[in-house]
Design a protein around this ligand. Sequence first.
Ligand code: C2E
Ligand code: CA
Ligand code: CA
Ligand code: CA
Length: 279
Amino acid sequence: TKSTGRNGYHFFEASMNANAHNQLQVIQDLRLALERKEFKLHYQPKFNTPNGIVVGAEALLRWQHPTRGMIAPDDFIALAEKTGLIVPIGEWVLDEACRQMRIWHDEGNQHWKVAVNLSAVQFSNDHLIELVQTTLARNNFPASGLILEVTESTAMHDVEASLTILDKLAGLGIDISIDDFGTGYSSLLYLKRLPATELKIDRGFIRDLAQGSNDSSIVAAIIALGRSLNLHIVAEGVETEEQQAYLRVLGCDAMQGYLMGRPMAPDQFMDAIHTAALA
Ligand code: C2E
Ligand code: CA
Ligand code: CA
Ligand code: CA
């Protein structure tokens, strides 16, 4: 009826306004968050499959909001991209990740690499190469210790442009990882041309991994493909012993996941991985 429709409309409008208001508030907070030092990086350890040795960590962004508590990246990265704030935030992430890993290198873990996620907006920013160079120099951090993770869909969005950027990044001596692999539409020809060093198999394929499942043939195929292209293959989202054992059988090079280690604040990282190593 008319009145229901009207009520429905008003209800809808009210909630839309609440959302718009909420979004504006978050954008305002996001603008201040950097200078208020509300961002934190958590680090998730990455393990070599054959011997379980830690090979490095992925830096994952967290927002410690003064009233809303800890906010996960999926809840603010899209807004940060839309407003362009992802550029200064991403600069901070890169600098902070290199600064922290430099400390861990100095503590005797020179072989560790730190992986930093790049959004599509940062990836197409003209100053990316210069930013990476100056950030490495400022932190006296070796290019060989840095991995930049770009999602498959970002890398494949404009393949020719990506090739230009990735070639320059690879030229600096850093590693390039293709994140969320398997969810995009990679042409094998382009994949072959990308100067990537690593493929990260998307968590979605690992979730239902069990001997004989459909996902296990996809994972086996991705590993075989990566092998033939000489890429390092990483599985993310490993949560069970069964998944871990099966990935070992399939010949995956490295693993990340809650089973071996959650993303952690840097001051917890060392203790946690020593415990994991003993287990
Ligand atoms: P991603 O790069 O695919 O990162 C992996 C996500 O899976 C992380 O979520 C991680 O905490 C989570 N994860 C790791 N192991 C497991 C597991 O065993 N099980 C499950 N269920 N999840 C696991 P997080 O930290 O919430 O990050 C979400 C996404 O936000 C990231 O996905 C990445 O796309 C983005 N992100 C995070 N940090 C940054 C950043 O500094 N810059 C940019 N541009 N994006 C970031
Ligand atoms: Ca990632
Ligand atoms: Ca991923
Ligand atoms: Ca993802």
